[in-house]
Design a protein around this ligand. Structure first.
Ligand code: C2E
Ligand code: CA
Ligand code: CA
Length: 618
């Protein structure tokens, strides 16, 4: 329904250069309740008035125009505005003429049959105001109708288009994976259920392989989805060569595949999986000028007469867990699911470590060691990373990888985080004045954002010791940051507001890196050591590290490479434009700081490179 009150608010342009006539029309319209009136004295003025309403067509009413208006081609204007085919932006015209004229005289020639397209009326001077007001009402109503109709059409079209896409997608997705033509997860599980039901009567041996491409999302992000897709297809073709035509082979995640091997015991399944693993390892993926080597991790779960699984998703879950363990153990390997594997091992570890950690916290058996982070360009020591250690029996030093995971699971990690923060700041405070430029990087646990006391502890400790906040950088691992994205970002922002810096640790290990990097307010990106260690021999790593350097620098972040162990790596990193290096080449973690403020990189490089019998390119 047309709301006439609302229509009276619409913009009406009175394009009349004869002053008296313009005044008369205005006052008649005002009397009738039209409030939004503008007078235009020539043609260009009309456009000037309309321009700000470009995106607010529904606020525009109509134009009343003298056919002799200066600087106005009335017919052209009518075609542009009053005959607009885009129904939402039509502007009706009432043309005031000296002699009787038909609206069609203002239509485009070939359009004379198409008269309903135009919203044009003509009136003759002297004006009959009663008639004018009626026409105005009518025109505004028509425009409003067209606008409504247009909106409705638009909504319908969108709805239809959406439904069409969803429909056809659904149909396809019910059975197949679009890209590879393999079964999708649902259909795979359905087929598997049939097989399992059948087998429960025959007590056969079978196995499920869960195949996951290592670092797939890295390639996806570096080369784009299309290249990623091509890699998937090529790998599927490769694996298919090992299969018979009726094998159950499915893609169940972006880079996750399941392969069901009927009539295979554990030994056979392992052999089979190893053949796939080797084939993938030997396979080379080319894109542009780059050649990637790709690896897969494969988890295996088996069924045999004494260990039957009735639900397919259970079998998939087990194989996935095994695959996860394979990844944890270094990727590019096989792992057979074992109930005791994971959970039991972790629990045993937790029970062992929990009292030891508590005791260490109480009895001061924790301590920090410091490893230099060096500016690659000039060898200057930028700062030291503080790394935690525990004193074991017989002076054995226990490294954090042994007890930090247990501390995280047993809820002891917050106490450790606080202890590290306080100890590190104390360390800085107690340095002699000539070392007051030294700064430290401190590792925070992945769950630090849950600890409300962390921020106040940092603030109070800094105030108490007069240590400048700029001397602290906090490191948080990429995986932890991504898992609790919002909360972590909040924490980072607050701690940075104190003046401390932040680094994203183990960058690249989490596979979802680049996207998140954009959104994290960090100063440094620490490229995970796994990409650095084999930099000389691994071309894929070179491509990855180079891109990480480029992207980080584009985002205005400094890069630190971990695990810098050889002079060759230093050279490569400099070539790639990495800013800082940390690793055994410059110095191992130590209780003492280095004597000097810088490392003589060039001399170190010269000495070591000259001693080495093989060339840089080997
Ligand atoms: P991270 O933060 O990535 O620390 C780097 C690890 O690599 C350190 O092991 C360091 O000793 C080792 N590393 C340094 N240079 C090289 C090298 O050239 N080659 C090789 N192979 N390794 C090198 P670390 O000290 O055993 O620490 C292991 C992890 O434990 C750390 O990884 C960090 O995630 C965690 N961690 C260490 N200290 C703390 C701490 O104070 N608090 C918390 N929450 N976690 C800590
Ligand atoms: Ca670290
Ligand atoms: Ca790291």
């Amino acid at each position: 329904m047309v709301n006439y009150v609302d229509l009276k608010q619409k913009l009406i342009i009175i394009a009349e250069h004869v002053e008296k006539s313009a005044l008369d029309i205005s006052s008649k319209l005002k009397e009738k309740g039209y409030q939004n009136l503008r007078v235009a004295e020539d043609g260009s003025h009309i456009y000037e008035i309309l321009r700000p309403f470009y995106n607010k067509q529904d606020q525009v009413g109509l134009v009343i125009i003298n056919e002799d208006l200066p600087q106005a081609q009335v017919a052209e204007m009518c075609q542009a505005l009053a005959g607009n085919t885009a129904n939402d932006s039509i502007v009706p015209f009432i043309i005031l003429c000296q002699t009787p004229r038909k609206p069609s005289e203002f239509y485009l020639q070939h359009d004379s049959e198409n008269s309903q397209r135009y919203l044009i009326h003509t009136l003759q001077y002297p004006l009959n105001y009663h008639e004018l007001l009626l026409i105005i009402d009518f025109q505004l109503g028509m425009k409003h109708e067209r606008l409504l109709r247009h909106k409705q059409e638009e909504r319908l079209i969108n709805e239809l288009a959406e439904r069409k896409v969803v429909d056809s997608k659904l149909k396809y997705l019910v059975v197949h994976d679009e890209l590879t033509g393999l079964y999708n997860r649902n259909n795979f599980e359905r087929q598997l259920k049939l097989v399992l039901n059948r087998n429960s009567h025959f007590s056969e041996n079978s196995a499920l392989l869960f195949i996951d491409i290592d670092r797939f999302s890295m390639i996806n992000e570096l080369e784009g989805f299309e290249v990623g897709d091509r890699l998937l297809v090529e790998l599927v073709v490769l694996v298919r060569k090992f299969l018979s035509s009726n094998s159950l082979f499915a893609r169940i995640g972006s880079d996750e595949f399941c392969l069901f091997l009927e009539d295979n015991n554990e030994h056979q399944a392992l052999n089979f999986a190893e053949r796939i693993r080797t084939a993938v390892e030997e396979f080379r993926f080319f894109t542009g000028e780059v050649c990637y080597s790709v690896t897969v991790s494969i988890g295996i779960s088996t069924i045999n007469p004494s260990n039957h699984v009735y639900h397919p998703s259970e079998l998939v879950l087990r194989a996935r867990q095994a695959c996860h363990t394979a990844k944890e153990n270094g990727r590019n390997m096989l792992w057979v699911f074992n109930d005791n594997d994971h959970v039991v091992r972790e629990r045993r570890r937790d029970i062992y470590w929990a009292p030891l950690i508590k005791k260490a916290l109480l009895e001061k058996e924790l301590f920090l060691v410091y490893q230099p982070v060096v500016e690659l360009e000039n060898g200057k020591i930028s700062h030291y990373e503080a790394l935690i250690r525990m004193k074991g029996q017989d002076n054995v030093v226990i490294t954090p990888n042994q007890f930090i995971p247990a501390a995280e699971r047993m809820g002891l990690i917050h106490s450790i985080d606080i202890w590290v923060v306080e100890t590190a700041i104390d360390f800085l405070a107690n340095l002699p004045p000539e070392l007051s430029h030294i700064s430290l990087a401190i590792n925070l646990s992945g769950t630090a954002f849950q600890d409300a006391s962390l921020l106040p502890t940092i603030r109070e400790k800094l105030e108490l010791t007069w240590v400048n906040a700029g001397r602290l950088t906090f490191e948080i691992t990429e995986t932890a940051a991504v898992e609790n994205f919002e909360k972590t970002r909040e924490m980072i922002t607050k701690i940075r507001a104190l003046g401390c810096k932040f680094a994203l640790d183990d960058f690249g290990a989490g596979f979802c890196s680049f996207n998140y990097l954009k959104s994290f307010p960090v100063d440094y990106v620490k490229i995970d050591g796994q990409f650095i260690q084999n930099l000389m021999s691994d071309e894929t790593d070179q491509v990855l590290v180079k891109s990480m350097a480029e992207i980080a620098s584009q985002l205005g972040k400094k890069t630190i490479a971990e695990f810098v162990e050889t002079p060759f790596i230093v050279q490569k990193l400099r070539e790639f434009g990495i800013d800082f290096g940390q690793g055994y080449f410059f110095g191992k973690p130590n209780m003492e700081l280095l004597q000097s403020d810088s490392v003589e990189i060039n001399q170190l490089l010269e000495n070591t490179l000259n001693q080495t019998p093989f060339s840089v390119n080997s």
